[in-house]
Design a protein around this ligand. Structure first.
Ligand SMILES: Cc1cc2nc3c(=O)[nH]c(=O)nc-3n(C[C@H](O)[C@H](O)[C@H](O)COP(=O)(O)O)c2cc1C
Length: 191
C-alpha cells in the first residue's frame, strides 16, 4: 500500500513516500549490510556541538533481546511490533562527563532517528517510530548506564498487506495520512 503525501509543492520522493506501517512481513530477514547502512545513517546525523549524544541498540527478530524489547513496549505496540525484522532503540546521553546537562540531546536523537528512518526507506524497507514503552523496563533490558535514557524505538522491516493486522492496528493502517495545513503551522512568510 502506498500512502504518498499530498503536498502543495514537490518534496523529495523519499519524504513523500515514507510512512509508518504496522503490517510487516514476518518472513523477511534483514541483512547485516542493511543494518549497518541504517546505523551509519544515524551516525552521520547533525547534532548540537557535534556532541552525538545518541546510543543505538539493535536486535533482529528471533533473538532474546528482540523479545525483551517487545516486552518493554506498551500494550498496543506489543500487538504489532513482533513481526518486524529488527527493532532499534535510541538512548540519549543525559549529561556530560562533568555533570553538565545536555539540553539538546533529545532533539539530536530525533534527528538521528529521522536519518535512520529515511535510510530505511531508501533500502526499500519501512520504519515505524515508537515512543510507547515502559522506560524503566527498557533501561533494564538494555542494561543502560545511569548517564543514558531510552528515548525512542523503531520497527524496521518489509511492509506487508494491511490484512495481516486486526482491530485498531488494522484501522490505523488503512487510514489516510493527514497533516495540519501549512496555513495552520507557518506563522510567518508563507508564499
Ligand atoms: C516520537 C514518536 C513516537 C511515536 N510513538 C508511537 C507509538 O508508540 N506507537 C505507534 O503505533 N506509533 C507511534 N508513532 C508513530 C506516529 O503515530 C506516526 O508517525 C504519525 O501518526 C504520522 O504517521 P506517518 O509516520 O505514517 O506519517 C510515534 C511517532 C513519533 C515521531
Amino acid at each position: 500500500m502506498q500512502k504518498t503525501a499530498i503536498t502543495s509543492a514537490e518534496i523529495a520522493p523519499v519524504l513523500a513516500n515514507r510512512w509508518s506501517p504496522r503490517a510487516y512481513d514476518v518472513n523477511h530477514i534483514i541483512s547485516q549490510h542493511e543494518i549497518l547502512s541504517i546505523l551509519e545513517a544515524g551516525r552521520w546525523a547533525p547534532s548540537s556541538n557535534n556532541g552525538q549524544p545518541w546510543r543505538f541498540s539493535i536486535a533482529v527478530r528471533g533473538t532474546e533481546l528482540f523479545d525483551q524489547i517487545v516486552s518493554s513496549f506498551t500494550g498496543f505496540n506489543q500487538a504489532w511490533a513482533p513481526k518486524a525484522s529488527a527493532l532499534l532503540v535510541i538512548s540519549a546521553l543525559n549529561q556530560k562527563p562533568d555533570g553538565t546537562p545536555l539540553p539538546s540531546a533529545l532533539l539530536d536523537v530525533g534527528l538521528a532517528a529521522q536519518n535512520m528512518m529515511i535510510q530505511t526507506e531508501e533500502l526499500g524497507l519501512s520504519a515505524h517510530p515508537i515512543g510507547g514503552m515502559v522506560h524503566a523496563e527498557m533501561r533494564k533490558v538494555l542494561d543502560l548506564a545511569d548517564n543514558l535514557d531510552p528515548v525512542m524505538a523503531m520497527t524496521i522491516g518489509k511492509r506487508a498487506d494491511a490484512s495481516v493486522l486486526e482491530g485498531p492496528a488494522y484501522e490505523r493502517e488503512i487510514a489516510p495520512r493527514v497533516r495540519l495545513e501549512l496555513d495552520e503551522i507557518v506563522l510567518h512568510g508563507k508564499p
